[in-house]
Write a new protein. Structure first.
Length: 335
């Protein structure tokens, strides 16, 4: 074991990165500073909760200048699981290096001593006690909300919880969305359909649905990385589906599929029990809000979405929303 910096030609870092965190970034930065060529091996098993391909893509983004490879060998995870544990892993890592042993193995674990010996490499042990970056991947998996600051931006969208305000028009969605975003110190994704209508300055036609859906997705994803634990959304693709079906008799299949795949963790369904206020080129009329409200509720239930009714006066609506979002944030992760 050696912690002294010596410039060498090749280095190796390997791990599950389940998920990648700022401690991993610190380790990679140390490796890049000490060797001319650094290989980062993302080792995944099919049964693990976060897909290996996703972790591989994250590490590629987090390791500019390094060679990142994805190792999918179904190797044992611990020495007691197989008598040839060290030999199996040494062979796997040598293949990841293209058959050439690394000069240096960088780890933050004591097992690096034995693995480095097997590889014929020098071991550099980095931040074993987690003093520089006090985090472990298991802590993030257990409580990502508590450990949000240790999650890199590109990984945050995986753990981000999305809250969508939905319902018929003129029920206070946009106002409450902005209020919630300020309350939780996070981003608010606007309704792209409204932006599209204002820019077009003419009634919508069926051909506009595709562009509205793509714009909605792009806007949400652009804000997701900068969001703080939750992303507040002033509607999502479910609204696109509801309005497309209602006004044009159907909806593009890919939009319906995407709406299901992108289902948020919580929907705040706004009731039409507040005054109607005309506002530009709206899709609804005041006398159609109850009808549209029923369509939104039906769509949420058909998709199996989790929703909370938001009704009453403005203060009551806000209080209901805050209670629901606080409850969501207090829940453990689903995976």
């Amino acid at each position: 074991m050696d912690e002294s910096p010596r410039r060498s030609s090749t280095g190796l870092i390997f791990g599950k990165f389940l998920p990648p965190h700022r401690g991993h970034v610190f380790l990679v930065e140390r490796g890049r500073a000490e060797v001319a060529e650094l290989t980062v091996a993302v080792c995944s098993l099919a049964r693990e909760p976060i897909p290996g391909e996703l972790r591989f893509q994250w590490m590629r983004e987090l390791c500019p200048g390094a060679r990142v490879v994805h190792v999918t060998d179904e190797n044992p995870s611990y020495p007691h699981e197989h008598e040839a544990f060290w030999q199996i892993w040494a062979e796997t890592l040598l293949r990841a290096m293209g058959g050439r042993p690394p000069d240096v193995l960088f780890t933050s674990e004591t097992y690096g001593d034995e693995m480095a010996r097997r590889l014929g490499a020098r071991h550099v042990l980095v931040d074993l006690q987690r003093v520089q970056v006090p985090i472990a991947a298991s802590a993030i998996r257990t409580d990502p909300m508590l450990n949000w600051g240790f999650i890199p931006d590109c990984v945050r969208s995986y753990y981000l919880r999305r809250v969508v305000l939905i319902g018929s028009e003129c029920t206070g969605k946009s106002t409450l969305a902005a209020d919630l975003a300020a309350h939780y110190g996070t981003a608010c994704a606007p309704e792209y359909g409204r932006i599209f209508v204002d820019a077009k300055a003419a009634p919508l036609v069926a051909a506009d649905v595709d562009a509205i859906a793509r714009g909605q997705i792009a806007g949400e994803e652009a804000l997701a990385r900068g969001a703080n634990r939750i992303l507040i959304q002033d509607t999502d693709l479910i609204s696109t589906v509801v309005y497309s079906r209602h006004y044009f008799g159907g909806c593009p299949a890919w939009v319906e599929s995407a709406a299901r795949e992108r289902l948020a963790q919580l929907y705040l369904l706004h009731h039409p029990d507040v005054p109607w206020v005309p506002d530009g080129l709206q899709r609804d009329r005041g006398d159609r809000r109850e009808e549209m409200h029923g369509l939104f509720r039906e769509a949420l239930e058909d998709l199996g979405a989790r929703y909370v009714d938001v009704m009453g006066g403005w203060e009551e609506r806000r209080a209901r929303a805050v209670r629901a979002v606080d409850g969501l944030l207090a829940e453990p992760p689903s995976a």
